[in-house]
Design a protein around this ligand. Structure first.
Ligand code: PLP
Length: 370
C-alpha cells in the first residue's frame, strides 16, 4: 500500500464541486481540540456566517457533523412524531427520500407528485392541504439535484402557513447558488450540504430552524429516536453563549474548511454568488445549444447550478462520460432514477461556476461527440 494521490479532476457533476485551494489549505491546518477556546470562537463565526448564507437570524443555525442526508434526517427526526401527517412533495429523487424519512419516523406521508423536471406545483400543495386539514408539515426540495428544477420556496411556505403547517425545505443544492431568504420567505426548517455551491469539502450539513420549528421540537411527546441528531442534545455543544459541553467530537478540520468557504462567500457577497451562477449558466447554455444539446427543465424554473440535458440520440452515455473522465479529467454527472441513461447533469456549483470550466466542458464535449 502507498499513499493515495487522487487525480486532479474538474468537477462539473451534481456535486461535489471543485474545492477552492484556499479551502483545501485551511483544512490542512493543525488539528486542535473540539472544546479548545480558539475552536469554540471559530464555531461562533461559522454560525454567524451560516446565518448570512441562509439569510436568517435563527439562533439555531449550525452545521451537522455529517453529510446532507444527515441534515435531512435531523429535520425529519426532530419534527415528525409518530402519527404526524406530512405533505411530501416529490418531483425527483430527493423528495422520495423525504417520504422514506417521514415513514421511518412513524409519520404518515401524503404525496404531492409532479413530473420529474417540473417544479413543485403550489396548486397541488394547496389541494392536498385542503384534503388533509390535519397535516402538520409540508416538506419539499428547493433545488432538485436529480433534475435541475427549482421550486418556489416563498409561495410554498405561504400556502403551508395558511394551513398552519411547518415547512421543511431541502436546499442542499440551492444554498449560495440561487436566491434563498430563509426569514423573509418563512422557512421553518432547512438543511443544506457543503459540497455543492459552497465549494467546500463534502461531509457537513448546514441547518437552520426557526422558533416555530423549535417550539415543536421542545414540546414533543416522544423522544427523538436518534440520539446523535437530537437537537436538544446537539445544542449543548453548538448553542450560543452557553458553556460548550461534549456531545460528539466535531470534524475539526472539516469545520476549518467550512469556515473558509463561508468567509469566501462573504467576501464575494451572496447576491454576487447568485449572479455568478446565473451568468455561467447563460454561457453554458450558449455553448451547449451550439452543439445541438437541449435542456430538460423549462427556463423559467431551471437551476443555473444543475443543468440536466438530454443525451443526444445514438450517443453512448457511459462511453462519453468515461472518455471525458479518462482523457480530460472532467467529471459530469449521469442521470439519476427515472432519468438514468437519458440525461447528463452538468454542474456549475461554487468554485466550478467559472468561465474557464464552461469553455473546457463545452469544447471537451464537442471533441468527444465528434
Ligand atoms: N438532498 C439533495 C437535494 C441532494 O442533492 C443531496 C445530495 O446530492 C442530498 C440531499 C444528500 O446529501 P449528501 O449526499 O451530502 O448526503
Amino acid at each position: 500500500m502507498q499513499s493515495f494521490n487522487p487525480p486532479v479532476r474538474t468537477l462539473m457533476g451534481p456535486g461535489p464541486s471543485d474545492v477552492h485551494p484556499r479551502i483545501l489549505s485551511a483544512m490542512a491546518r493543525p488539528t486542535i481540540g473540539h472544546l479548545d477556546p480558539e475552536f469554540v470562537r471559530m464555531m461562533d463565526e461559522v454560525k454567524q456566517l451560516l446565518k448570512y448564507a441562509f439569510q436568517t437570524e435563527n439562533e439555531m443555525t449550525m452545521p451537522v457533523s455529517a453529510p446532507g442526508s444527515a441534515g435531512m434526517e435531523t429535520a425529519f427526526v426532530n419534527l415528525v412524531e409518530p402519527g404526524d401527517k406530512v405533505i411530501v412533495c416529490i418531483n425527483g429523487v430527493f423528495g422520495m427520500r423525504m417520504k422514506e424519512n417521514v415513514e421511518r419516523c412513524g409519520g404518515v406521508a401524503v404525496l404531492v407528485e409532479d413530473d420529474w423536471g417540473m417544479a413543485v406545483s403550489p396548486e397541488k400543495v394547496e389541494a392536498a392541504l385542503q384534503a388533509n386539514p390535519d397535516a402538520k408539515i409540508v416538506a419539499f426540495v428547493h433545488a432538485e439535484t436529480s433534475t435541475g428544477a427549482c421550486s418556489d420556496v416563498k409561495t410554498l411556505c405561504e400556502i403551508a402557513h395558511k394551513h398552519d403547517c411547518l415547512t421543511i425545505v431541502d436546499s442542499v443544492t440551492g444554498l449560495a447558488g440561487v436566491e434563498l431568504r430563509v426569514d423573509e420567505w418563512g422557512v421553518d426548517a432547512i438543511y443544506s450540504g457543503t459540497q455543492k455551491c459552497l465549494s467546500c469539502t463534502p461531509g457537513l450539513s448546514p441547518i437552520s430552524f426557526n422558533e416555530r420549528a423549535l417550539h415543536k421540537v421542545r414540546n414533543r411527546k416522544t423522544k427523538v429516536q436518534s440520539w446523535f441528531l437530537d437537537l436538544n442534545l446537539v445544542m449543548g455543544y453548538w448553542g450560543q453563549g452557553a458553556k460548550r459541553t461534549y456531545h460528539h467530537t466535531a470534524p475539526v478540520n472539516g469545520l476549518y474548511a467550512l469556515h473558509e468557504s463561508l468567509v469566501m462567500l462573504k467576501e464575494e457577497g451572496l447576491e454576487n454568488s447568485w449572479a455568478r451562477h446565473a451568468a455561467m449558466h447563460e454561457k453554458l447554455k450558449a455553448g451547449l445549444t451550439e452543439l445541438g444539446i437541449k435542456f430538460v427543465v423549462d427556463e423559467a424554473v431551471r437551476l443555473p447550478q444543475l443543468n440536466s440535458v438530454w443525451i443526444p440520440e445514438g450517443v453512448d452515455d457511459a462511453a462519453v462520460r468515461a472518455e471525458l473522465l479518462n482523457t480530460y479529467n472532467l467529471e459530469i454527472g449521469a442521470g439519476l432514477g427515472a432519468l438514468a441513461g437519458k440525461v447528463w447533469r452538468i454542474g456549475l456549483m461554487g468554485f466550478s461556476a467559472k468561465e474557464e470550466n464552461v469553455l473546457f466542458c463545452t469544447s471537451a464535449l464537442k471533441k468527444v461527440l465528434g
